[in-house]
Ligand binder design. Structure first.
Ligand code: GRF
Length: 245
């Protein structure tokens, strides 16, 4: 098996079967835009675990003319993540790093860190990535990792935010896009927007309305961070209209 985190040459990658070994990059075919070719385009690496609707929002935003950003790599922690398929369709390189292929959490973190670092990201975006990232990963990209969370943090941290908001009976929940620090769902808030909880809501209905908001806020935050318009003072974030000169 290929060493975790290794990167294949273009020619070798073209010979790859559908399933590639853990940590290897599957090069997208007929790449139209990788960020290499266009000056000043901000390079975005996206980490996913599942459906990837937020990834799709980022891919769509990046495909807009003059978006100024390109998703250069999508990494999943499991080969079945639908987000990988979305990336392939958008001709973006993909990779899978599975915790099960590593002896402990630290070595998983290091493999992921090295893979992501090799893509030289301006922004690392967690878009439904259901793993807690350790300090080795977080410290490698200081102030450059964004996460989207389906609640108004600090309420309902963790993996079941929508279910817990419904169970608690809150009338308002929402979405938070925040910078990632070494605590879970904790870093400085970049954008936050409320979503009303309706009396007849079930999890799917509420989640869908939260997603609509996330799909707008996450690309805006990625773009602002990439363009240097996110100013952090302690826990307070200001998003500038224009990058400081
Ligand atoms: C989003 O609601 C995000 O807030 C949470 O996981 C969900 C991922 O959805 N962290 P998708 O995979 O982007 O559709």
């Amino acid at each position: 098996m290929r060493r975790s985190g290794s990167i294949l040459s273009g020619a070798a990658a073209r010979r790859l079967p559908e399933r590639v070994p853990d940590g290897s990059i599957r090069r997208a075919e007929n790449q139209s835009r990788t960020g290499e070719a266009v000056a000043d385009v901000k390079r975005v690496v996206v980490l996913v675990s599942g459906h990837g609707s937020n990834l799709q929002a980022l891919l769509d935003a990046a495909a807009e003319p003059a978006s100024g950003m390109a998703v250069v790599l999508v990494v999943a922690d499991r080969p079945g993540a639908h987000g990988l398929e979305r990336a392939r369709r958008a001709r973006v390189d993909t990779a899978v790093v599975r915790p099960a292929d590593h002896p402990d959490r630290r070595s998983f973190d290091l493999a992921l860190r090295d893979l992501v670092a090799a893509a030289r990201p301006d922004v690392v975006c967690l878009a439904g990535f259901m793993r807690i990232l350790g300090p080795e990963f977080v410290r490698a990209f200081p102030g450059r990792i964004l996460n989207t969370h389906p609640s108004l943090l600090p309420a309902f941290r963790g993996a079941h935010a929508v279910r817990e908001a419904l169970a608690y009976g809150v009338k308002v929940t929402g979405c938070t896009v925040h910078l990632v620090d070494e605590e879970v769902d904790h870093g400085p808030v970049v954008f936050q927007e409320a979503v009303e909880v309706r009396p007849d809501d079930d999890r799917d209905a509420l989640e869908e309305r939260i997603h609509e908001v996330e799909h707008r806020l996450l690309p805006a935050a990625v773009r602002a961070l990439g363009e240097g318009r996110v100013v952090v003072e302690g826990r307070t974030v200001r998003v500038l209209q224009e990058a400081p000169r």
